[in-house]
Unconditional design. Structure first.
Length: 218
């Protein structure tokens, strides 16, 4: 057999074997796992730590299109919500995330209580799962957290996340400020926060968290 053909066959075999452990190999050489495989693996085998500056995807896609899931609380009681506004950058010379949240969010209440929270992002196949976190409040019932098909797990730092996430940002709460309608220079934006105030009797909150850890799927 031609030597070049032998090398090509051996290379293909090596690639095939490396991808046989739980799933198939994608074009970027990452292993695509099934839901059952994800549920069965520990956190350490699913995620690796990276620096905030090395987050591989655009914040505009992650927040604006994929949406983020904010989670706060303890293993015995935690709550998640969907957030479509926010991002990350530098504040006081440190990497931070920020979100604009309605003042009556129960997850925000837990964020203030625990002083830590997580921001997570998921592949499109989990869109229906995460959108359920925005269908009801966790203040009166934890049904949405009990009934989710996502798999809750603690990070090494003890924060609550889900194994199915593709990106996890752990945060320490550093600031919660109240927006003022008089600070908005665009009338439509000002009216939005005024209308929200009519529903909650309080204005939106700008929430800032110092990034303590970033994890991406292996």
């Amino acid at each position: 057999m031609n030597k070049s053909i032998i090398i090509a066959v051996m290379g293909f075999a090596a690639l095939f074997i490396s991808g046989c452990k739980g799933g198939t190999v994608q074009e970027n050489n990452m292993v695509e796992l099934s839901r059952e495989e994800i549920k069965s693996l520990p956190f350490s085998e699913l995620f690796k730590a990276i620096e905030p500056k090395d987050i591989p995807e655009s914040v505009f896609t992650l927040v604006g299109e994929d949406f983020s899931v904010l989670t706060a609380g303890s293993p015995s009681h935690y709550n998640s919500m969907v957030a479509g506004w926010g991002g990350w950058g530098i504040l006081f010379n440190n990497p931070v995330v920020f979100s604009m949240l309605r003042s009556n969010r129960y997850t925000l209440e837990l964020m203030r209580k625990e002083q830590t929270y997580t921001m997570k992002f998921f592949d499109i196949e989990f869109r229906d799962d995460i959108m359920l976190f925005g269908m009801s409040s966790g203040r009166d019932s934890d049904d949405k957290m009990r009934n989710t098909q996502l798999t809750a797990v603690q990070t090494p730092a003890g924060n609550m996340v889900f194994k199915e996430a593709k990106l996890i940002i752990e945060c320490k709460l550093i600031q919660v400020t109240t927006v003022s309608p008089y600070d908005f220079l665009v009338e439509a934006n000002r009216q939005f926060v005024v209308d929200a105030h009519a529903e909650t009797n309080d204005f939106h909150k700008m929430v800032y968290g110092a990034i303590t850890n970033v994890w991406i799927r292996k």
